[in-house]
Design a protein around this ligand. Structure first.
Ligand SMILES: [Fe+2]
Ligand SMILES: [Fe+2]
Length: 204
């Protein structure tokens, strides 16, 4: 089975600025994704993308929502159609005439699988947050206090333990940080701070 998308161009440039509303995006998430853990992962990545756009890049509300939307929907088809990940969500968003920037970011979140290189800053940050967010969440679940008191060095230690969250690719994390030109340390600290604070619930 190959998830290669076989193309490099996504969406229509004349759709720039088109987004789903928050309600529409959430309805899609709930319709397509039944697995609560996956839902939480998508919400967490969406939250990180929004926080990065707003706080680190100083983007306005409209642009920030584009970043959040890419994060929120990047795995939308993984639960029900894993063999069509991320073809199905891309085609859906193209049908809905969504901004190509968002579609491209989703299409490049796993370049080894989909054959699309992360190029824009949105692409690169989605790629960078995806794996690392999951590893840090897994770490929070094994700590009595969750994110409370979590430190950079604890996360770095888990990263070195190959058996911890073994499905999370350390190579991808290293590669993503390099591409995004963000140090692993800074990214971990950012995720601890923002993911820990987020009140997202998978079941809302
Ligand atoms: Fe994915
Ligand atoms: Fe993901």
């Amino acid at each position: 089975m190959s998830l290669q998308l076989g193309r490099q161009s996504f969406g229509d440039p004349s759709n720039r600025g088109n987004v789903l509303t928050r309600l529409e995006a959430r309805a899609l998430l709930h319709d397509w994704v039944k697995n609560d853990r996956l839902k939480l992962h998508m919400e967490q990545v969406g939250g990180l993308m929004a926080a990065w756009a707003k706080k680190t890049l100083g983007l306005d509300q409209e642009e920030t929502w584009k970043w959040e939307m890419a994060g929120l929907l990047h795995d939308a088809d993984w639960d029900q159609w894993p063999d069509q990940h991320c073809k199905k969500i891309i085609e859906y968003l193209e049908e809905k005439a969504v901004d190509p920037e968002i579609i491209r970011a989703i299409a490049s979140h796993g370049h080894l699988h989909f054959g699309v290189e992360p190029e824009t800053r949105m692409d690169k940050m989605l790629y960078a947050f995806d794996e690392l967010s999951g590893l840090i969440h897994a770490y929070s679940l094994m700590r009595p206090g969750g994110y409370e008191g979590m430190e950079l060095k604890g996360v770095l230690k888990r990263l070195k333990e190959k058996t911890f969250a073994a499905n999370v690719s350390r190579d991808d994390i290293r590669d993503a940080c390099e591409r995004a030109a963000v140090s692993l340390e800074n990214l971990v600290v950012f995720i601890i701070e923002h993911q820990g604070k987020s009140k997202n619930q998978a079941t809302d």
